[in-house]
Design a protein around this ligand. Structure first.
Ligand SMILES: Cc1ncc(COP(=O)(O)O)c(C=O)c1O
Length: 216
């Protein structure tokens, strides 16, 4: 597996291009909409370039849109990445909108590929429990309403979070998270959550950073 650097400003496209050319990966997995954990929103130009480079290298490009609907602030969103090629595979999960743990997602791809994946899922015994599938189907009927509720709730929590961090004695800059997530935090800009030493420094200031493998 080859990782490509990312920060709040976006992907390191030169590194992505070098990885695509050098390794010609079978599959590339990208999160252009509020990447977890940086919350980076990738601009239109970078999306287009990444898809072009990866397809040229022969990679299947998987775009994770799990957070695309959940930005807290009104802002213009770049076009969906699937626009740049018919071969892009788009995936997402409904659990961030409905409730964490529902674990039902979706795939948008070429119909032949979708049929193949669906039959593998059933024959491999990986299908989600029936009750959860039924809940997801009924939630799809009121998705817009649920997204709006989530965004309102997230804005309320963000407004409460920043003064709470200040009350804990943290005086650095606290950027406002731009997206709802059950497992996203408000990272302080003078601490880098990917660096263990910075995490330790945060603990000294009585701010505990919880790291999962996804945070690194
Ligand atoms: C970008 C991204 N995609 C997918 C998932 C997982 O979704 P699910 O909980 O449906 O497995 C997460 C979970 O945090 C995520 O951050």
């Amino acid at each position: 597996m080859i990782g490509v650097p990312i920060d709040a400003g976006g992907w390191d496209l030169d590194a992505l291009e070098a990885a695509a050319r050098g390794a010609q990966p079978t599959l590339a997995y990208l999160i252009p909409d509020f990447q977890n954990p940086t919350a980076a929103l990738i601009n239109e130009q970078s999306r287009r370039r990444a898809v072009r480079v990866l397809e040229h290298a022969g990679s299947h490009v998987v775009i994770d849109e799990t957070f695309a609907e959940l930005c807290i602030d009104e802002q213009a969103m770049p076009p969906p990445t699937g626009r740049y090629s018919d071969r892009v595979i788009t995936i997402g999960s409904i659990d961030k909108v409905v409730w964490g743990g529902l674990r039902v997602g979706w795939i948008r791809a070429d119909p032949v590929l979708v049929r193949g994946l669906a039959s593998m899922r059933v024959s491999g015994g990986l299908a989600s429990p029936l009750l959860e599938q039924l809940v997801a189907v009924s939630a799809f009927g009121r998705l817009d309403e649920l997204v709006s509720e989530r965004r309102t709730l997230a804005a309320f929590r963000r407004a409460a979070l920043r003064p709470a961090i200040r009350r804990l004695g943290h005086h650095g800059t606290i950027p406002a998270p731009t997206v709802h997530s059950s497992d996203r935090a408000a990272w302080s800009s003078d601490l880098d959550p990917r660096r263990p030493l910075d995490v330790a420094a945060g603990s000294c200031r009585r701010i505990r950073y919880l790291l999962s493998p996804r945070s690194c």
